[in-house]
Design a protein around this ligand. Sequence first.
Ligand code: AMP
Length: 331
Amino acid sequence: METVVSGIRPTGNLHLGNYFGAMKNFVKMQYKHKCYFFIADFHSLTTHPTPENLMENIKQVLAEYLACGLDPEAATIYLQSDIHEIPELYLLLNMISYLGELERCTSFKEKVRVQPDNVNAGLLTYPVLMATDIIIHKATKVPVGKDQEQHLEMTRNFASRFNRMYNVNYFPEPVAYNFGEELIKIPGLDGSGKMGKSEGPNNAIFLVDEPEVIRKKVMKAVTDAGPTEINQKKPEVIENLFLLMNAVSASETIKHFDDLYNDCTLKYGNLKKQLAEDIIKFTNPFREKIKELKANNAYLKKVAEEGAEKARKSAAKTLKEVREIVGFKEF
Ligand code: AMP
């Protein structure tokens, strides 16, 4: 059994890509491993949400996590800001992280490029906070996307540097959780390769999208002029629609439209109508569940409190040991 940690910033709604690429696997993982899932609300402060927005976003993400099937009985689900040991370990790790390596980080350079007016120190030390989140539970596995691999590499550097510096074998060096075959990429609706929340208004289908919104987005999906040769290879934009169908539609439905494509009689409008209805059918229970959970503040509070208690136990043990290793001992 591995110890797994994964966090998500409360900065947007979950879309189908998040569901199939992360949540669905997390749900399975939580019954096999010791899992910590947290809402990275400290991290989200780098973009300065208002106090009202911050709490609203946190509750929304928590409700969406739970609606996807994260189980507070099986996994430890908590808010990063509830664990005061996190900022303390972050401070200690900051003492062994260096300006050069932080400035070289690709995601930092990207932030400097897109938000030159807000290059705060929190952005620079973002990887240190991320490393803290992971090693505070002495995690061995982290489910990360390609974009997070560098941060994980930095986490390993900090962990091994700490061990070397204090001549201990304390922190494990965490590696990426490998989902193997199960890792699928959900394409966007606007012809771009990947569904993502910051790719424009018509790219992603969110779990909270109302049926009308889903129909509109799907009907606007990018296509081409249609097949001209029997059994021709599908261009990427069309393949994308079939990949989406693969995720939400019945196999007979997919075969039906595939056959029509192959003998050049497919009307994209019909395929889109069917795809929209299948997405709606798929997302309906999630949307309902999210609404129900959002309306139950007492339950969300209870989940967060119980999760914090469990996470604090693990974090406090690590911090106590780390303080001793660093040299803060009793008089
Ligand atoms: P993000 O919302 O981009 O921070 O993504 C959070 C996680 O969701 C990623 O690390 C991936 O595991 C997963 N994910 C995001 N977009 C997609 C996608 N289009 N297809 C598959 N998985 C995705």
